[in-house]
Design a protein around this ligand. Structure first.
Ligand SMILES: C[S@@+](CC[C@H](N)C(=O)[O-])C[C@H]1O[C@@H](n2cnc3c(N)ncnc32)[C@H](O)[C@@H]1O
Length: 174
């Protein structure tokens, strides 16, 4: 977050979102120590992001989406707040397609960021369902048998309004 705030420079702005008071308090101390003034901390959930539509150029996240029990809502919100042409680049725990939800749950508790991990195919399907394109999942490190730390990337098409209207009832892509 702080690195991003420095990277976007004085004309840019970074939002840090978390639903936990303790995490926000720690983040606030770090922001103060780092002396960055273009970073805004928001209390809220990734299932209901407290920002208007089409306002975020890049979404980054580390080991949060896998914790959500409502991933369709997370991706719907991701697509909503991204600007047309905006990008998602996150790290998460992702399962190989061969693992069933039960096998994922066996491999780790919820607190270890593993139990509710999506598979690669599920990730891509959910991103595609909300109109995010060119989704890729790249494994970086194995966390447990068949479960990996991964980088996930996708983007919102520049002409996302046109893409969405094509999918309206009676449209050609439904
Ligand atoms: C494993 S920690 C990762 C924290 C940080 N991203 C990092 O890399 O150190 C997960 C964080 O996500 C937050 N979190 C979990 N579920 C969330 C949700 N649905 N909405 C917002 N924040 C959430 C927790 O409060 C916690 O601060």
């Amino acid at each position: 977050m702080i690195l991003s705030a420095r990277r976007v420079g004085p004309d840019g702005r970074v939002f840090g979102l978390d639903f936990l008071e303790e995490t926000l308090a720690l983040a606030a101390r770090n922001v103060e120590d780092a002396e960055v003034d273009n970073l805004v901390l928001l209390k809220g959930t990734i299932e209901s992001i407290p920002l208007p539509a089409d306002t975020v150029d890049v979404i980054i996240s580390n080991c949060v989406i896998n914790l959500s029990l409502n991933k369709p809502a997370v991706f719907a919100e991701t697509a909503r707040v991204l600007t047309p042409g905006g990008r998602l680049g996150i790290s998460d725990v992702v399962a190989e397609d061969r693992l069933s939800p039960e096998e994922r749950a066996e491999r780790g508790g919820h607190s270890q960021c593993i139990a509710s991990a999506l598979s690669v195919s599920e990730y891509k399907e959910l991103l595609d369902a909300v109109g995010l394109k060119d989704a890729e999942v790249v494994f970086t490190q194995e966390a447990a048998d068949g479960l990996h730390a991964a980088i996930v990337r996708a983007h919102k098409p520049v002409d996302s309004t046109a893409a969405a209207s094509e999918c309206a009832p009676g449209g050609s892509c439904c």
